[in-house]
Design a protein around this ligand. Sequence first.
Ligand code: ADP
Ligand code: MG
Length: 729
Amino acid sequence: MTSLRFKVVDEAIRRKAKEVALPAERPSEYFGMYVFNRDRMRKYLPKNVYVALVDTMENRTPLSRELAMNVAAGMKQWALEMGATHYTHWFQPLNGGTAEKHDAFVEHDGHGGMIEEFSGKLLIQQEPDASSFPNGGIRNTFEARGYSAWDPTSPAFIVGTTLCIPTVFIAYTGEALDFKTPLLKSIVAVDKAATSVCRLFDPNVRKVTSFLGWEQEYFLVDEGLWAARPDLILTGRTLMGHESAKNQQLEDHYFGSIPTRVAAFMKELDVELLKLGIPVKTRHNEVAPNQFELAPIYEEANLANDHNLLLMSVIHRVARKHSFRCLLHEKPFKGINGSGKHNNWSLGTDTGVNLFSPGKTPKDNLLFITFLVNTIMAVYRYNGLLKASVMSATNAHRLGANEAPPAIISVFLGRQLNEVLDKIEASTSEEAITVDDKAGFKLGIAHIPELLLDNTDRNRTSPFAFTGNRFEFRAVGSSANCGGALTVLNTAVAAQLKLFRRQIDELSATGMPIEKAIFTVLRDYIRECKPVRFDGNGYSDAWKQEARERGLDTETSAPLIFDRFLTQESIELFTSMGVLSKVELEARTEVEWETYTKKIQIEARVLGDLAMNHILPVASRYQSMLLDKVAKFGEIFPADEAKQLAEQDRLLIVKLAEHMKEVQRQVEEMVEARKVANRIADERAKAIEYHDKVLPLMESIRYHIDKLELIVDNEMWTLPKYRELLFLK
Ligand code: ADP
Ligand code: MG
């Protein structure tokens, strides 16, 4: 909706949108054209190097320096042919997003000229001057060195004219300073533990892969309007703005037709992503106005996560080309849905079995139930930690704030699966399982249908839902690096599976048949983890109460939720699985608190500034106009009549005065609260102070500003309103 105050050049932009040149070829022809994928590896690398590299990618065997030299040479040749001039180690620091430092492919040739150079040494390891990335105190400035090291399991790619090499980022002393390092370690941990459990069923299993299929939600706003909202520019969300009279009540945006401008943007985005090897498949409108979603076909978790991070940078570039700004913030607008990033997660074997798919034979089904129940156990045991893994200042607006998903991590299974588990729980292993040497064994439980859930069986309020052949972790924030959540999930499941295998071994050492041992242990687990299973309405107050009684983690304060990283249990979990050390955990938690504080601090400052130099001046100008008018009534009409005529305005003047007074008073109070908080040296205590003292004032200031927005003359209001920002046509 255009307004008189903020005229959007819709027509011109729409015309331009129609002119977007799309490649004539089919996606299958340009898919991955900017990726140093296996085809290119085969073409640009000597055969023995290719074989060794594939082995490294598949089995994580170390690659020798000499082979790396060869890989670098091949990669360079390809990149130069593609027109690349620079290369960069592409890594994932703890402040979110990705970081890169570009270097040109040039070196002195020793004879006064230049040659294109890219050695194996530069491929394998670099030392970016990255001392300002958050590190939670691991790197004192005198020892500020951080190294980026090649991750050969994720292929290099070209963006613009730069060859990007996915890397881990670690401190001189070996601690991880990024999201990728622990994710890779958690992938190894869950592989090891899951493989050992799979072998109870099938000795041929050699490897288990974790898969991720993310669904990215985002908002688009017109760039011109965005530019007139300092809060969107500086914080990524609107800090004020009254709800539009119409927002998402009619749910007419969801799966509605996609506006032309947006469709043009989506098309170009898809092409760009496909060229980068990201297998995008689904795109549609979301529930809130101007909200959209994009999802690729799922991939191996590390690669899928790299692809998500890449998307998060490409989407901004393409959006700007179409005169949009893309908002990845979890809650850009109050009163309508926020954005998440569902993480569809599953485990699969190198023998082609999805461990979360019910099978055809009783044995397959026991395997399925084994992985299902162990996962539920892991979520039960570490539900507080899982919540910590998705918590942030921005995602806090979703979690527990009366919107998807609640701040309590529970598991949704659906009616059929619940019945299966209930039946196992109630059965004795003798009746449930019959072992028969000739026919193998039989499960006395009902046949598990292959497709367990249809769409109607879905529960959108569950943060962790089983959806037929995978779990969907829905609490991850739209701006987050999925690596944080996946690391915790993989590690928790790994530890649980390891424990399971040990218990089976102990029982079978007593002479109990394997199937019976499995059944016995699973039945105990089903009893134990029951409190985490919940199929009801996750938003209801009754659930909050019930969850507390069930012993689940119901904390809602972000700074306190971060404590879950440092419990004895968590430290034990991460260290025993070889994923993160105690020092690394402490450092990461420190970064969480620090980042939390900084985000709220910036928002509070922006809100204060806007209140003082946009809102109050405008409100007071409008108030003077009304005062003038009232005075003039007195000049023209007899006192009685004037009083009567001015009554309405008088009321408005008083209302304006009340809200303005509150805004002014509370902004001052907020400044004082910040001063107090800023004096606190301890990062945890500081974050708590920001959460407890600053945040509530921001809410309250906003309340009064939004009231003023309703009263003040529309023509005078300087900020684009929700109704203008939110309805792209
Ligand atoms: P919905 O919005 O209904 O949840 P989408 O089709 O938007 O479904 O997204 C589903 C996502 O789950 C896709 O990324 C898809 O590739 C992914 N997915 C499907 N099967 C699996 C699986 N076994 N493991 C991991 N991800 C999966
Ligand atoms: Mg989904």
